[in-house]
Design a protein around this ligand. Sequence first.
Ligand SMILES: Cc1cc2nc3c(=O)[nH]c(=O)nc-3n(C[C@H](O)[C@H](O)[C@H](O)COP(=O)(O)OP(=O)(O)OC[C@H]3O[C@@H](n4cnc5c(N)ncnc54)[C@H](O)[C@@H]3O)c2cc1C
Length: 398
Amino acid sequence: MEEKDWRDFDLFAPTPEHRMLAETVREFVANEVEPQAAEHDRREAFNHGLYRKAGELGLLGATLPEEYGGAGLGAVAAVQIMEGLCTSDPGFGLSVLAHSLLFANNVSVNGDEAQKRHILPRSASGEWIGGLCMTEPEVGTDVLALKSRAVPDGDGFKLSGTKTFITNAGIDENTLGDCFIVYACTEPRVISSFLVEKGMPGLRLGQKWTDKLGMRASYTGELVLEDVRVPRKNVMGEIGEGTVHMMRNLEIERLALAGMSLGIAERCLRVMVDYANERKTFGKPLREHGQIQRYIAESFAEWRAARTYVYDAARRMNLDATGQRVDADGTKLFVSQVAKRAADAAMQVLGGYGYMGEYVVSRLWRDAKLIEIGGGTLEAHHKNLTKDLCRDPSLLDR
Ligand SMILES: Cc1cc2nc3c(=O)[nH]c(=O)nc-3n(C[C@H](O)[C@H](O)[C@H](O)COP(=O)(O)OP(=O)(O)OC[C@H]3O[C@@H](n4cnc5c(N)ncnc54)[C@H](O)[C@@H]3O)c2cc1C
């Protein structure tokens, strides 16, 4: 870029491809996502047809290489997609995130050529739906203590254990997802990554978690592994490399979750601004009451700051690299709370109407909370950030 043009740089859509993507997402959300969002939340049902349409539009494979059916874009595109979807339906967005970034992008970065050829085209098109299995009934934040075991068996392994809270474990109560990355120990605290496919004997769908607070349009379930025979060709990377895969993948996961929070905050702002213009109390529009102004103004300033932070971190993030944890944790730590505050402010501005499902913000308020927990809790971000900054204070110089 010429020095005189530097002010033209658009942080939120830096290239023509990003601008086109933003338009595709906007149209998809307006025409296809928004009309079904409330209904799928109410029914606690994943919309598989909508997911397939997202695949047709190229929204599931944005970060995957073009040779495998993807668009070859990076973290900025991932954030754009999550942000856009979550202005309308964060539950659906969570399923897209688990498939595209936790599963497919993870295979793209850490898998071998045969694994990529087998998995990525089916993932980009939406033919397959995938998920990532880290959490277990007794192990969440302390993930290195996971208990699932992989025991050598001929030229492969036998896997046993239970994974829980798995997004996309199923499409519905009777239909298992197609393929999963399962982290399991080959020795105590030595974690490896396995590609486990539907149809492998011993793999089954456990209970569905129903009555979740929010994100109800995503399927959350248990995955049970009972001596599942996994051939050597389905081991991703080297034995013992699972922890590195996990850490590398958590970076894009956290940034994309921050993108989801941006979408929630934006929608809440739009709703409260419209309402403050329309609703009158004591003979004047709500916008003229100082306390209402505070809800809107604080939410706006926080959202703008958050958006700039997320897109700046996204433009710096290299999907193949590791060591970018401070901003992955930093963005999610900050924006998850911004979105929750914005949703709370929106509900307050709308008064009793905000409390009613018809007005959207109560759903967003429920959805927003998940991002303070999933993909790493706020407390995990506090711990990681402090550890990284104290170990390397030069991170403050960037
Ligand atoms: C809707 C939903 C979808 C999910 N999808 C997936 C998925 O697709 N795949 C997957 O693998 N997992 C998934 N998860 C799991 C999620 O990542 C975990 O819930 C999360 O990592 C926290 O783990 P936990 O629930 O076991 O809490 P715990 O680890 O038991 O933590 C409980 C509390 O203790 C705090 N705590 C723990 N250790 C410390 C410490 N050292 N210092 C201070 N505080 C601490 C935590 O911050 C938290 O507040 C999902 C969860 C939900 C709710």
